[in-house]
Design a protein around this ligand. Sequence first.
Ligand code: HEC
Ligand SMILES: [Cu+2]
Length: 343
Amino acid sequence: MDLFAAIGMPEVPLFPDQASAHAGRVDRLFFFILAVTGGMGASVGLLLAVFAFRYRRRTAADRTPRITGFPLLEWGWTLGPILPFAVMFAWGLAVYRDNYAPPPDAYEVFVVGKQWMWKVQHPGGQREINELHLPAGRPVKVTLISEDVIHDFGTPAFRKKVDVLPGRYVTVWYEPTAPGRYRLFCNQYCGTGHADMVGAIVVQRPDEHSKWLRDHAEGSAALEGRKLFLKLQCVSCHRTDGDAKAPVLEGLYGRRVLLRDGSTTEADAAYIRDSILYPAKQVAAPWEPVMPTFQGQVSEEEVLLLVAYVRSLGRGDLPRPNNDTPPPIGAPTELPNAGGAKK
Ligand code: HEC
Ligand SMILES: [Cu+2]
């Protein structure tokens, strides 16, 4: 993969990660079929070359021997290949059936595809867009439908893809095994924005996932804090792109922070509260003390909500200030003009 980085290309994985219980089964079947068909193809090519040489025309007097039949050979090459192909069929059938039988205790998620995004709804009311957070080690059943044209929910790391149709529910299930961030694609050309219809499946440890669900439940302190964070335009400074004028707050909570005066302090709730109400008191290095105080603009209750939000921020959670990646439904969708918000 370093090769791609070396020539300045984005990383193009040769083979997708294996992140579900199903992926290994699909890969084993795939390599079996590849070996059988590859082996057959190669032996046909090889025999072609050998026979072309061995039975080449030599003299004008060459006589082709007259062969009237060789039943054993004919039965052999008729019945012989049936065996590997029958194995392919039976094995393929087993993997395919497994694909359509979600276990009854599976965690259920609903997904709506529309031009050009994936909208996800969890049973507890949590919503997300172009991201799907799942717990590792637990089967998940996903029910999908399209709001407009045919899309396809493609998850290479799980070795599954399913066409998402208007007017009809389809289901697919996974058992994610390894925590991580995996690619989500629309695998069916669905209009000009098709290439933007990409996202991520975020597989978390079960404890992280329950925390994520708590933080994203409608009405939770963290989600209310997120709305305030957008409303108060905190996001115009605290952002993840190149124009950031302030620290990225992801993963801040609980960390030790280096201050401009050279001392360090722990980023606990009190520190975050002080940062919002008395920003000049403790200035994080190497930043300029440009953060305005929000004293008088926010009540103590609202500060609590903001603290809960900052506390919930993990890597990649900070909203990007543009409208291509809208925040979950329920949060204000129009972001404050962040200045230089580009397409
Ligand atoms: C004008 C830009 C600006 C705005 C708006 C702004 N901040 Fe800041 N913020 C900064 C800068 C710069 C720092 C780093 C220097 C400092 O600690 O004062 C900072 C530091 C912080 C810190 C401490 C971060 C660390 O790494 O130690 C927190 C927490 C924080 N801000 C939260 C908020 C919240 C919540 C809001 C909205 C209510 C907000 N900020 C609005 C610029 C801003
Ligand atoms: Cu699509």
